[in-house]
Design a protein around this ligand. Structure first.
Ligand code: ADP
Ligand code: MG
Length: 625
């Protein structure tokens, strides 16, 4: 008999399963039952379109059988079964092939991490079994096949006998070891509780023979043990249950069973609406970013059920892009079972549901922000960027919905703050909401442009994300306060030395004009700085486009070479200014050298590339020698 090998990736995963230190071994049963339920679903769907097939719900079930003496546990289903090829292809590879390759070697050394990231499905059987035997007969096929494996060494497939269509999986449960107890998976009580815990809402009956102590017929005092087949699961889907009866654990189990994610959700939202449109929904805010979240591959959407029957896996129309991280399902009696995708988009009911859901998500996030700041910040660190994209993409039409969910780092608080918190703290003489942009908090802290605003005692929001400034431009105002970059031309700060400086401006006009000529198109103007205290120069901008925006736009594909109107600001109280003045009077060549140097320095401070690094270093050498 030929022993076939698993694919390399699968083999690695299997090895990990077998030797894993994963503490939650019991989930193997959830995985096998969920596969069985999927297999019955497949017959159901086939029957919808195939007239020769009828689906009589009473005929479909999952059965769990255990035998202590033989140490076997069986999971039997009346589902669609597998052909020889399907046994080969479906059980020999990992469901989400490629995802393992995505992770690097160090990440996968811990089984926890892997199960946590991708789930493992069928292979989890090897956490508790030495030998796994799958006997299956596919719908419409005459022959049954037996797939058998003792783990990473490979598997065999042979023809065999099986009467009914469906699949029977037999696990040869491992022997107990010094530290590990496997006997528990052969105990009636334990198996019952695992099924209840993870698979209670499976739509088909999960049967098991249980021993009940019963009164003997015709006797009042004598009892006997009677074996009887019971249905263990309640079969009522969790979303139809009363919220009051459900615990956090129930929701988390649902999240795991549904494969919405492999983390623990930060929050669940259970909605039951019985009004103009009737629906139930269970939504989750995940904790961790799915590895493909900020990529093209990521597909948003909620599962859509019509009266308990799944009609679409990922209904994108139910979620706006800015809430694309939300996972979960919607069940409505008002949707037709056979509605097509195109029709669904036009469906009035669906639109109402979608609108409802968005509002609900928003209000739940807002209450999370108020009631559990730490959790909200965890959420925001993962998905805040998406909210900002939301503000930007819809040209501020979602302003009302999203603006109160945004957080930015504050110069004063040294942590994330909301716009509402910022505005509520503003001193009366402060006109604008100030912000500074840069690659990191540390860099912004050192920006010369922040000096005067900070000196005034005003709070500054730090924008470290590409999208921040663009999103804010779309908001335009918050509570009627405009946003102002600390490097914009007019800071709106009253200046005590106004007159004195205008005089200075005139006095130095010739010098500044000459500097501007030296810098040619690079700057729009050279002027005295009202914002610098300790630094000699900085760059600011006039007009709408700021330096940070120029940087971001430049990095975009097919950029249109949009430039900020740069202004070189000079601190006339700095010693460097004296050097400029004296060069202006005595040595014009030196002035050219100094001007170029200062301009390049200002670029570097902003994190902008300098035009000609070689020339810049040559210039520095010139003043050294
Ligand atoms: P997933 O369920 O995520 O696809 P699994 O590892 O749990 O991954 O299962 C792999 C595949 O094996 C399933 O997609 C299905 O095609 C097949 N399979 C597993 N168990 C059964 C079963 N009881 N009946 C029919 N097919 C099954
Ligand atoms: Mg599965």
């Amino acid at each position: 008999m030929e022993v076939k090998q698993f694919q390399a990736e699968s083999k690695r995963l299997l090895d990990m399963m077998i030797h894993s230190i994963y503490s939650q071994r019991e989930i193997f049963l959830r995985e096998l039952i969920s596969n069985a339920s999927d297999a019955i679903d497949k017959i159901y769907y086939k029957a919808l379109t195939d007239d020769s097939l009828t689906f009589d719900k009473g005929n479909y079930y999952i059965k769990v059988e255990f035998n202590k003496e033989n140490r076997t546990l069986k999971i039997i289903d009346s589902g669609i079964g597998m052909t020889k090829d399907e046994l080969e292809n479906n059980l020999g590879v990992i469901a989400k092939s490629g995802s393992l390759a995505f992770k690097n070697e160090t990440d996968v050394k811990d089984g926890h991490e892997i199960i946590g990231q991708f789930g493992v499905g069928f292979y989890s059987a090897f956490m508790v079994a030495d030998v796994v035997t799958v006997i299956s007969k596919a719908l419409g096929s005459d022959t049954a096949y037996k797939w058998e494996s003792e783990g990473a060494d490979g598997y065999t497939i042979t023809p065999c006998e099986k009467e009914a269509v469906g699949t029977e999986i037999t696990l040869k449960i491992k022997e107990n070891t010094e530290d590990e107890n496997y006997d528990e998976f052969l105990e009636e009580y334990r198996l019952k509780s695992i099924i209840k815990k993870y698979s209670d809402f499976i739509r088909y009956p999960i049967k098991m023979d249980v021993i009940e102590r019963k009164q003997k017929d015709g006797s009042e005092s004598e009892y006997e043990d009677v074996k009887e087949e019971q249905i263990i699961n309640s079969m009522v889907p969790i979303w139809r249950k009363n919220k009051k009866e459900l615990t956090d654990e129930d929701y988390n189990n649902f999240y795991a069973e549904k494969r919405y994610g492999f983390d623990q959700p930060i929050k669940h939202i259970h909605i039951s609406v019985d009004g103009a449109v009737r629906y139930n929904a269970i939504l989750f805010i995940p904790e961790k970013i799915p590895f493909d979240y900020y990529s093209q591959e990521y597909e948003k959407g909620l599962e859509l059920y019509s009266n308990g029957v799944l009609i679409m896996n990922k209904c994108a129309d139910l979620l706006p892009d800015y809430f694309s991280f939300v996972k979960g399902m919607v069940d409505s009696e008002d949707l037709s079972l056979n509605i097509s995708r195109e029709m669904l988009q036009q469906d009035r009911q669906l639109k109402l549901i979608a609108k409802n859901i968005s509002k609900k998500i928003k209000s739940e996030l807002q209450s999370l922000l108020k009631e559990d700041r730490q959790k909200y910040e965890e959420f925001y660190n993962s998905f805040g960027r998406q909210l900002k994209f939301g503000v930007y993409n819809d040209f501020g039409t979602n302003k009302e919905l999203l603006q109160d969910l945004l957080l930015f780092y504050s110069s004063k608080e040294k942590k994330l703050v909301s716009l509402e918190e910022y505005v509520s703290r503003m001193p009366e003489d402060q006109k604008y909401i100030y912000y500074a942009t840069g690659d990191s908090i540390e860099r912004i802290d050192k920006l010369p442009q922040t000096e005067v605003v900070a000196d005034k005692g005003y709070e500054i929001l730090y924008f470290t994300d590409d999208i921040d400034e663009f999103a804010i431009k779309m908001l335009m105002t918050y509570k009627e306060k405009e946003f102002k970059s600390v490097s914009s031309g007019d800071l709106g700060i009253e200046d005590e030395n106004q007159n004195e400086q205008t005089a200075d401006d005139n006095e130095n006009k010739e010098l500044f004009d000459l500097m501007k000529t030296i810098l040619a198109e690079k700057v729009k103007e050279v002027r005295i700085s009202k914002r610098l205290k300790s630094h000699p120069v900085c760059l600011t901008t006039d007009g709408e486009i700021t330096l940070e925006m120029e940087k971001v736009l430049k990095a975009m594909p097919n950029n249109q070479n949009i430039k900020a109107e740069k202004v070189l600001e000079i601190n006339v109280n700095h010693e460097v200014f004296n050097a400029l003045k004296s060069a202006f009077e005595h040595d014009k060549e030196k002035l050219t050298l100094y001007t170029n140097l200062l301009y390049n320095q200002a670029l570097l401070i902003e994190g902008l590339p300098i035009n000609d690094p070689v020339e810049f270093t040559n210039d520095i050498c010139k003043i050294m020698v």
